[in-house]
Design a protein around this ligand. Structure first.
Ligand code: FAD
Ligand code: NDP
Length: 321
């Protein structure tokens, strides 16, 4: 061990969403003295993660009247600190899992840790079309399950962009509330699995526009129209829409891992079923960075708890605590 490894952290948590904070709360209460690197606008999202980009969160238990996303994340942060976690507003730029203790690096220098918990989440892909910044969260959303039930979307025409399983799932879900859902698919076929395709075709409230791409979102206080273009005929059309839902995929925030953890074909960290263990002993992953299916705050929090408990067992088995 070199001199700068003399002060080895027991647990470093990378990330700042519900998964990271739940891991921090459990680790701190287990007297493991965790330190969290919460990121400084890492992956383009403020510390606190994806919920800082939304308004009402109505499905996180414990808040009968809902809670604003940023308020929920501030409360989680405060709870982590109250439990004893140390939080540094720094982004982790790289890790070295080939040495023990592990090395975690950024503008803060190098720190060493017996356990690393990766909770860096995922970022919903956006199109960056005209009007998107103006109407983001004023009708535009990247999460139908989260926002679809809001009163502004009830009995209104809605648009979903994408042709994968998420897009079909979101379109189907939105038909519970909408008067009609139009799916914009840039090809002449869906990427979604056959069973999901059948579901879309069978739903009379879903209309699919093939070879069609969104160009612009228009409105006043809230969005009201989407301008679309057929990429085969170049015909341009303006659709009335009170909501626009992006379902064009997510990017898991794993670049800084530089290939050191095993990822699936979409870039999500693979964890051993029923645990939060990765392919490297002592490195755990939780939340959306390892979950392309559920992607909810409560599931992220649940896996954060699992990661902290798995970490405690690992440290104990290794005689490190
Ligand atoms: P994230 O929330 O993804 O946060 C991880 C954060 O870690 C990053 O954002 C970044 O700040 C930080 N980070 C990333 N890389 C690094 C690094 N290298 N170093 C340091 N820090 C880093 N779910 C619900 O249950 N209910 C809802 O109502 C709801 N609404 C949503 C609305 C929107 C618009 C979106 C996009 C998502 C919504 N979700 C909702 C989903 C929910 O936000 C996510 O499932 C949840 O936030 C995932 O938590 P996480 O802990 O995995 O990480
Ligand atoms: P996918 O990557 O599977 O699909 C993304 C869709 O968005 C594709 O149709 C793609 O079009 C389209 N797209 C991407 N970029 C653009 C763009 N710039 N403009 C317009 N369209 C665009 O992502 P999903 O989130 O749908 O799925 C991710 C994973 O999760 C998959 O493995 C999926 O099977 C799984 N999943 C499973 C579910 C289930 O089984 N119930 C539910 C949800 C997800 P193109 O095809 O032309 O590339």
């Amino acid at each position: 061990m070199t001199d700068n490894q003399a002060n080895v952290e027991t647990i470093v948590i990378i990330g700042s969403g519900p998964a990271a904070h739940t891991a921090a709360i459990y680790a701190a209460r287990a007297l493991l003295n965790p330190v969290m690197y919460e990121g400084e606008y890492a992956s383009g999202v403020a510390a606190g993660g994806q919920l800082t980009t939304t308004t009402d969160v109505e499905n996180f238990p414990g808040f009968p009247n809902g809670i604003m996303g940023p308020d929920l994340m501030m409360a989680m942060r405060e709870q982590s600190i109250n439990c004893g976690a140390r939080i540094l507003t720094k982004t982790v730029d790289s890790v070295d899992f080939s040495t023990r203790p592990f090395k975690v690096s950024g503008s803060f220098g190098d720190v060493f840790a017996h356990v690393v918990i990766v909770a860096t989440g995922a970022t919903a892909k956006r199109l960056h079309i005209k009007g998107e910044d103006v109407f983001w969260q004023k009708g535009i959303s990247a999460c139908a399950v989260c926002d679809g039930a809001l009163p502004i979307f009830r009995n209104k025409p809605l648009v979903v962009i994408g042709g994968g399983d998420s897009a079909v799932e979101e379109a189907n879900y939105l038909t519970k509330f909408a008067s009609k859902v139009t799916m914009l698919v840039r090809k002449d076929e869906l990427r979604a699995s056959k069973v999901m395709q059948e579901r879309a075709f069978a739903n009379s409230k879903i209309d699919i526009k093939w070879n069609t791409e969104a160009q612009e979102v228009q409105g006043d206080q809230m969005m009201a129209q989407v301008v679309v273009k057929n990429n085969q005929t170049s015909a341009v059309e303006t659709l009335d829409a009170s909501g626009l839902f992006y379902a064009i995929g997510h990017t898991p925030n794993t670049d800084f891992l530089n290939g050191q953890l095993t990822l699936d074909e979409s870039g999500y960290v693979i964890t051993t079923p029923d645990t939060m263990k990765t392919n490297i002993d002592g490195v755990f992953a939780c939340g959306d960075v390892q979950d392309h299916v559920y992607r909810q705050a409560i599931t992220a929090a649940g896996t954060g708890c699992m990661a902290a408990l798995d970490a405690e067992h690992y440290l104990s088995a290794q005689g490190l605590i």
